[in-house]
Ligand binder design. Structure first.
Ligand code: PEP
Ligand code: MG
Length: 756
């Protein structure tokens, strides 16, 4: 009999049985008979996980008295080994296996051969299906295949009958048990603990036995079509850049997506009577088992690609397309993803999202900026992440050390909790600085403002005691909306922000859409299709052409600031005329509202972000028209170094403390001296203590940073003597030491200035 035929004949019988109204135990009793009969085995038994033990639930051939009596721990005996390793055993002589354990109550001594397969749900063994017979011979491949297929169907039956506790199932494979520490890159500091949740959840299969094979075949066929289309679109979209890691990944994807062998195996599984979902999963299980025997890291990587793709296919076929955000988080969560967009992150429930771990990611990617603003620690660049973690695994995340602990041991948890407490103390110390104005030791007042972008950020202003909002990223409201926010809604947000800020200034930056902040409802026109989105049609470039967008934002801002001071800042200004054009849009709206006799702002102050290097050469022309300039170091560095800020391969390559950046910024400081223009920094660089120290040293006195950094930077300011750090920076920038970061660190250490 072929595997297909034998599985199919069993499945047909199981299908009828499952549909019958019999109670679960009765069904199990019949299942063992059906399988035993089909595989001509004297014995067929089902063990299920109950209260952490494998319990004999049904048997044909062993003593019936042993049912619900024989119980063994996971890892105990052959059955336990199968559950623990989530692997199949096929033995001619059971007693010859080192893990064999004899259970006299079962009367199994007369049976020699033994085969068993795990019953798996959500990648964990929830039970074991075994067959035994008298002759000492191994079962053939065909029979094992049939057993494995049947085990899938059993998983469904058992789950529906509520016979095992799926959630608590603990059949762990060796790769998935015990504590494991993974290392990555610190993207957002901080500590967090919670359970792993995959951003793209694995699909749970509800139905395994097909009603109609032809329908299932058709479903898989269409799903393959759709998946290939998606992969082709992804590959063709230049958003991934050329020659990068993404490209390799996509090429492999493409190879797998078009692999005829893969689709053929799925079709064979459908022929055996499985639904499309079950067939995809069945083939994946088989591949997983094969791959596990090959210890090759390269292959393991490929395996994850295939897992990804298989999961994608499953999601398409089952219509379960949402991310974990759409199903909602249930408890403290550490989110696991290859990468995320800022809008995707914002969909999560902030109260439950405690940390994020990414396989990719870089310091200035917008998702990371958003996470920082949310106070969610992030570790990035963790290789092989999704291969090592399983949904629900307990995790400790140490953002500061770039470290993730999976399934922590009690000792580790204790240490972590101690550190948690210490970090809370430190937070409390920063909170004490809330109402303290940050003066340097030599009496210079440094402005420490905060960055914001959402309504939820507003309370941070009073909590941190920041000097104002130095960068309000208005596009965040656009990112979290399903459609372009109407003017009225924009206006309400701006008005509420201004109200909450009271006398403190708020600098509203007009929308910076494009780059890694693409909007689904603008996608067809936005720069996602640009070859270099960060240098593409984004920010003011886009806003000036979509004039309606800028006009309505201008109107919303002017209306919101009635009777107050409005600070407007334009992003990505590259040449002075762009500022003039944007300025004109605002002035036209102002004139319009004036004609309407509406209440106007007391004053409108205009400013630009300096993030495109070309603007630095033209400051003398622009400065008379400006009230302030804010240096956006995130973009500025990517343009100075020609290094994509979102490219994970470049994440660690260039240092903010490089003489070239610092000399550049110092030159900007020099060219604004003497003008009545406020100059500040609003990139992520300013929120790091060592970097902030260097910036103070080259003359910056105004920072706008992520809220969590306000306390630490205020504290730093109070320890600094500007003349002293100024002299040190002058010397270093005149003759740069080989490692400026190290030099600065030493300098700070010598003066007892904590910089980490
Ligand atoms: C910057 O580029 O430094 C900046 C603050 O703007 P954004 O990160 O939003 O591009
Ligand atoms: Mg920018």
């Amino acid at each position: 009999m072929t595997a297909v035929a034998s599985a199919r004949s069993i499945l047909t019988q199981l299908h009828e049985l499952m549909a019958s109204r019999m109670h679960a135990q009765g069904k199990l009793n019949q299942v063992v008979d059906i399988i035993g009969e089909a595989l001509s085995s004297e014995v067929c038994s089902i063990y299920l996980l109950r209260e952490g033990m494998l319990e004999l639930y049904a048997t044909r051939g062993l003593n019936q008295d042993a049912v619900h009596v024989t119980r063994m721990a996971i890892s105990e005996g052959l059955t336990g080994t199968i559950a623990q390793n989530v692997e199949t055993l096929n033995l001619a002589e059971a007693a010859a296996h080192p893990e064999f354990q004899y259970r006299p109550e079962t009367g199994e001594e007369k049976f020699h051969s033994f085969a068993g397969v795990p019953i798996v749900r959500r990648e964990r063994a929830v039970g074991v299906l075994t067959v035994q017979h008298v002759d000492p011979r191994r079962y053939d491949e065909v029979e094992i295949e049939a057993l494995q297929t049947v085990a899938m169907v059993l998983a469904e039956l058992i789950h529906n009958a509520g016979l095992v506790d799926d959630e608590g199932a603990s059949g762990l494979s060796p790769a998935h048990s015990g504590q494991e520490i993974l290392h990555g890159l610190t993207l957002v500091s901080g500590l967090a603990s919670g359970n792993a949740v995959f951003h793209q959840p694995r699909v749970t299969i509800e139905h395994t036995v097909a009603e109609d094979t032809e329908t299932e075949r058709q479903r898989v066929y269409l799903a393959f079509d759709k998946m290939r289309e998606q992969i082709d679109t992804m590959t063709n979209q230049a958003e991934f850049g050329v020659g990068g890691e993404h490209e390799e990944v996509l090429e492999t994807y493409k190879m797998f997506a078009y692999d005829e062998g893969w689709s053929r195996r799925i079709n064979e599984a459908i022929d055996s009577g499985l639904t499309a979902e079950a067939a995809i999963e069945r083939v994946q299980q088989r591949t997983r088992m094969r791959m596990r025997q090959i210890d090759d890291p390269l292959l393991a990587d490929r395996m994850h690609d295939l897992e990804d793709l298989s999961n994608r296919l499953l999601r398409i076929v089952s219509g379960q397309l949402g991310t974990a955000a759409s199903t909602g988080l249930r408890g403290d969560t550490i989110l696991i993803a290859r990468n995320l967009g800022p809008a995707e992150l914002l969909e999560y429930d902030k109260r439950r999202l405690k940390g994020v771990v990414l396989e990719e990611g870089s310091l200035t990617a917008h998702v990371v900026i958003v996470a920082r603003a949310m106070g969610v620690p992030v570790v990035g660049r963790v290789r092989n992440l999704r291969g090592l973690i399983r949904e629900g695994d307990p995790m400790l995340l140490d953002g500061s050390a770039g470290q993730v602990t999976l399934r922590p041991l009690p000792g580790m948890i204790d240490t972590f909790e101690t550190r948690f407490a210490r970090s809370k103390q430190r937070q409390a110390a920063y909170a004490k600085l809330r109402d303290v104005e940050p003066f340097t030791r030599d009496g210079q007042r440094v402005q420490v403002m905060m960055n914001a972008g959402l309504r939820d950020d507003i309370p941070m202003l009073s909590l941190t005691g920041a000097d104002g909002i130095g960068l309000f990223r208005t596009e965040f409201q656009f990112l979290v909306s399903a459609a372009l926010p109407q003017r009225e809604r924009q206006m309400r947000l701006y008005r509420d922000v201004l109200e909450a800020a009271g006398k403190k200034p708020v600098i509203f930056r007009t929308v910076d859409i494009g780059g890694d902040k693409s909007l689904p409802y603008l996608r067809s026109e936005s720069s996602r299709e640009d070859e270099n989105p960060a240098m593409g049609w984004r920010a003011l470039r886009l806003a000036l052409e979509r004039e309606g967008l800028l006009k309505s934002q201008a109107r919303a801002l002017i209306e919101a600031a009635a009777g107050k001071t409005l600070n407007v800042m334009f992003p990505m200004v590259s040449e002075p005329w762009e500022f003039d054009a944007a300025h004109a849009v605002f002035q036209a709206q102002l004139a319009f509202l004036k004609r309407q006799k509406r209440r106007l702002p007391q004053e409108i102050r205009y400013g630009v972000m300096l993030e495109v290097p070309s603007l630095a050469e033209m400051l003398d022309v622009l400065m008379p028209k400006l009230s302030f300039i804010s240096i956006g170091t995130n973009d500025l560095t990517q343009f100075l170094f020609a290094a994509d800020r979102a490219n994970p391969k470049l994440a660690e390559r260039y240092d903010w403390l490089s003489p070239s950046i610092l000399r550049f910024i110092r030159r900007v400081v020099g060219s604004t001296t003497g003008y009545p223009v406020d100059l500040g920094v609003c990139g992520e660089m300013g929120g790091r203590r060592l970097e902030a120290l260097a910036l103070i040293g080259i003359g910056l006195r105004r920072f706008s940073i992520t809220p969590a950094a306000v306390g630490p930077i205020k504290e730093l300011v109070r320890k600094v003597d500007t003349a002293e750090i100024g002299a040190a920076m002058s010397a270093w920038l005149a003759a740069p030491p080989p490692d400026l970061r190290a030099a600065l660190q030493q300098w700070a250490e010598d003066r007892d200035i904590e910089v980490e």
